[in-house]
Design a binder for this molecule. Structure first.
Ligand code: ADP
Ligand code: ADP
Length: 236
């Protein structure tokens, strides 16, 4: 079952100006349900640009991006936002928790954005995820009262509270020490196995990348060295 497919995706920044640059060149990529992949590559190779496209935060200049079988390039902003909120969870290097909110309210945030006041079921779901990340007793604390690793765990619970088909993480351990990073990364592996969501993690850490069954490497805006189907062009 296919969660994501990119076919001939290009990205041009500043089109039609003297600064015009194409930074992604004809990317073909497929992610299946339950697939756990690391996205690696040198600085400037286009990882963030690609993640922004996959996360529907930006649109390709050419090519098509299918999320759960739906073509996304022609969607208007409203449909794009709705699909993003339905299908994708995000974890960032800097977790972007709301400092004044409790841990529980931070986890509930994506559901509140979706349908306003949280239901009893929402709260149960958020508490369940907090338990899953080992922070059951922290629900009522302010986000700022937690350590960096704990805050990143809250961010992971928040990303999963909508039950996304695709979890995207941009350097989620970049700001953590080695031991804490390994623990946080372990959560991605666990939730990938437990919930069957596809997970794509951008990481600079070769050891964490090695812990993923699949590695996607970007160099100068192209996917390189991916064996087999991973790099094969995909028919639309
Ligand atoms: P990575 O995440 O691998 O470091 P990026 O996707 O951030 O790579 O950047 C890829 C290339 O695109 C770089 O040359 C960068 O300077 C350029 N770039 C990124 N964002 C913009 C932008 N908003 N406008 C113009 N160029 C950009
Ligand atoms: P629900 O009835 O709460 O929607 P589901 O049938 O979707 O539950 O999932 C069964 C169990 O797995 C629940 O405990 C749910 O919290 C969890 N779960 C399923 N998919 C995900 C996901 N992508 N992220 C987080 N939790 C999930």
């Amino acid at each position: 079952e296919e969660v994501l497919r990119l076919a001939g995706v290009c990205k041009v920044y500043n089109p039609g100006t003297p600064q015009e640059t194409e930074v992604l060149h004809g990317i073909d990529l497929r992610l299946a349900r339950g697939e756990l992949s690391a996205l690696i590559g040198p600085s400037g190779s286009g990882k963030s640009t690609l993640l922004n496209l996959i996360g529907l935060l930006d649109s390709p200049s050419a090519g098509e991006l299918y999320l759960q079988g739906r073509a996304t390039r022609e969607l208007d902003d409203r449909a794009r936002t709705r699909l993003r909120n339905e299908a994708i969870g995000f974890v960032f290097q800097f977790h972007h928790l709301i400092p004044a909110f409790s841990v529980l309210d931070n986890v509930l945030m994506p559901l509140m954005i979706r349908h306003g006041k949280p239901s009893a079921e929402d709260i149960e779901r958020a508490r369940g995820l907090l338990a899953e990340v080992g922070l059951e007793g922290f629900a009522g604390k302010k986000a700022t009262e937690l350590s960096g690793g704990q805050q990143q765990r809250v961010a992971i619970a928040r990303a999963l509270v909508t039950h996304p088909a695709l979890l995207l993480a941009d350097e989620p351990t970049g700001n953590l020490d080695t031991h804490t990073a390994e623990n946080v990364f372990e959560l991605f592996r666990r939730f990938n196995a437990q919930f069957g969501c596809a997970v794509l993690v951008v990481t600079h850490d070769p050891r964490l990348a090695a812990g993923c069954p699949r590695t996607i490497e970007l160099v100068d805006g192209r996917i390189v060295g991916a064996p087999g189907a991973a790099s094969a062009p995909v028919a639309p």
